[in-house]
Design a protein around this ligand. Structure first.
Ligand SMILES: [Cu+2]
Length: 500
């Protein structure tokens, strides 16, 4: 049963049902909101403020409702969310609902799906919660700076029947670059960050705070831990110190429950992982959760502190599986296929040449005849011009201009058809690649089928890696396809896929 009262039949619902009758047998693939869907109303105000990230001292930041992260928005699957956003910043903004399958006009991409929300202006977002899972929200306007200053928050959509656990906990991981005096470093968009691994900071927070006293747990307790990587660029690889986390969802979408590879929970920027964590340590002990992603730069994220009386002697024997979301299954035999080549960045030419890929993907794509090109011919004149103008990263040979007001679609995907996108990372760097408006199955990596055919909305590509995703393009509109290292995005690593 919903916790929120069902509204009377709205005009919108009446119109929707009239349209459905008119369409006859043409049923939309995205389920329409039932007329009885409860409405959840939320207000977000983006404004400058101050936060306490670590003691002592406060840091000037940009915040939703005065906090970083912004408020956790929680609603039940099947409900409808209406968010009134007031922009009290001194510049334009938008809000993107990361991972949600929603109407294009609600996607929050400036100039592509909406006019930016001007300083002092208001915009109302409204959409149905189709999928249960762990999602988040953040600006898509000057993302590197606006997210890097603290504008982000969690969005949790609960299953109708919640999974049985003792506690449902969200850890939104933030990464701040602070100066010695504890202020946010103003070097946004610097050339080094753009060409290397982005704005990796120096202060990692859980829900906006460093947690030196640790996170209190009880022996025998079962926690559903929702991890959200809200960092601009940092990749996490979390070691839970002898605990055995079980992954139950990736990017909000249920996956066959499994132990992560080598016990390490990896999250690229913007990715989410839902874990079942059984507290199997001894009462009174401490266990350090360590981030091991950057070799030589390992650090303790937080201590799990066993406190209080044990809850039970051994882990509970409760089911781990989540119910599937209503995602259309791609038909691989009937799918159309597109190749996408990522290139650029520091040492990019060397890697592209090693891999036998040219940087001019449009002219010499991976499937094009001719094979390996000599170094002298590996860049087109157009790319040279783009690089001279500050572009650093290319998708099929094109660097997008983030401030561009009319990005032309790179691909047009036939609506309601299955599509395979084969991606090649011909760069020396990791890239978490995000597609808006859809979730996709990751079907292969380097030619090997994936074990879990996981649904994701953001997939982490390792240097030199090739992978394939598949999905049904059932959501019409112009959708961003971009790297979620926000400095790579700013350096050109984005494109538009049109579903029509
Ligand atoms: Cu990238």
């Amino acid at each position: 049963m919903s916790r929120y009262p069902a509204p009377a039949l709205t005009r919108r619902a009446l119109l929707a049902s009239a349209a459905a009758s008119a369409a006859g047998a043409m049923l939309p693939l995205l389920p329409a909101s039932p007329a009885t869907a409860a409405m959840r109303d939320v207000s977000l105000r983006a404004a400058a403020g101050r936060v306490r990230l670590a003691t002592p001292g406060e840091t000037a930041a940009w915040l939703y409702n005065g906090t970083a992260p912004g408020p956790e928005i929680r609603l039940r699957q099947g409900e409808r969310l209406r968010v009134t956003v007031d922009n009290a910043l001194a510049e334009e903004t938008t809000v993107h609902w990361h991972g949600l399958r929603l109407p294009n006009a609600m996607d929050g991409v400036p100039h592509l799906t909406q006019k930016p929300i001007g300083a002092g202006e208001r915009f109302v977002y409204e959409f149905d919660a189709i999928d249960a899972g762990t999602f988040w929200y953040h600006p898509h306007q000057k993302s590197s700076e606006q997210v890097g200053r603290g504008l982000y928050g969690p969005l949790i959509i609960e299953e109708p029947e919640p999974l049985r656990v003792d506690r449902d906990v969200t850890w939104m991981l933030g990464d701040w670059r602070l100066t010695k005096s504890g202020e946010i470093s103003e070097d946004f968009g610097n050339r080094h960050d753009i060409h290397h691994n982005g704005r990796v900071g120096n202060t990692v927070t859980i829900n906006g705070r460093r947690v030196p006293d640790g996170f209190a747990v009880r022996k025998g307790e079962r926690i559903r831990l929702r991890l959200i990587n809200a960092a601009n660029a940092r990749i996490f690889s979390l070691d839970f110190a002898g605990h055995e986390p079980i992954v139950i969802a990736l990017d909000g979408q249920p996956v066959t429950p499994h132990a992560p590879e080598k016990g390490l929970v990896v999250l690229g920027a913007a990715m989410r992982v839902d874990l079942i964590l059984d507290m199997t340590g001894t009462a009174g002990s401490r266990a350090a959760v360590t981030d091991r992603f950057y070799e030589g730069l390992e650090y303790k994220l937080v201590d799990l502190v066993y406190d209080g009386t044990p809850l039970r002697e051994r882990a509970p024997d409760w089911p781990l599986g989540l119910p599937a979301n209503p995602l259309p299954e791609p038909d691989l035999k009937a799918a159309s296929r597109n190749e996408v080549l990522f290139s650029g960045g520091m040492m990019g030419e060397m890697v592209a040449e090693e891999m036998g890929e040219t940087m001019g993907g449009e002219m010499m794509g991976p499937g094009a005849p001719g094979g390996r090109m000599s170094h002298a011919h590996s860049m087109t004149g157009g790319m040279m011009a783009m690089m001279n103008s500050g572009a650093a990263w290319f998708i099929n040979g094109v660097a997008a201009d983030e401030s561009g007001h009319d990005m032309k679609p790179m691909l047009t995907l036939e609506r309601n058809r299955s599509h395979v996108i084969a991606m090649t990372n011909a760069t020396a760097w990791h890239h978490p690649i995000h597609l808006h408006g859809h979730s996709f199955r990751v079907i292969s990596r380097n030619g090997q089928p994936t074990r879990h055919r996981e649904w994701q909305d953001t997939v982490l590509l390792s240097p030199r890696e090739k992978l394939e995703i598949a999905f049904v393009a059932d959501n019409p509109g112009d959708w961003m396809f971009h790297c979620h290292v926000l400095e790579h995005q700013a350096g050109g690593m984005m494109a538009v896929f049109r579903v029509a």
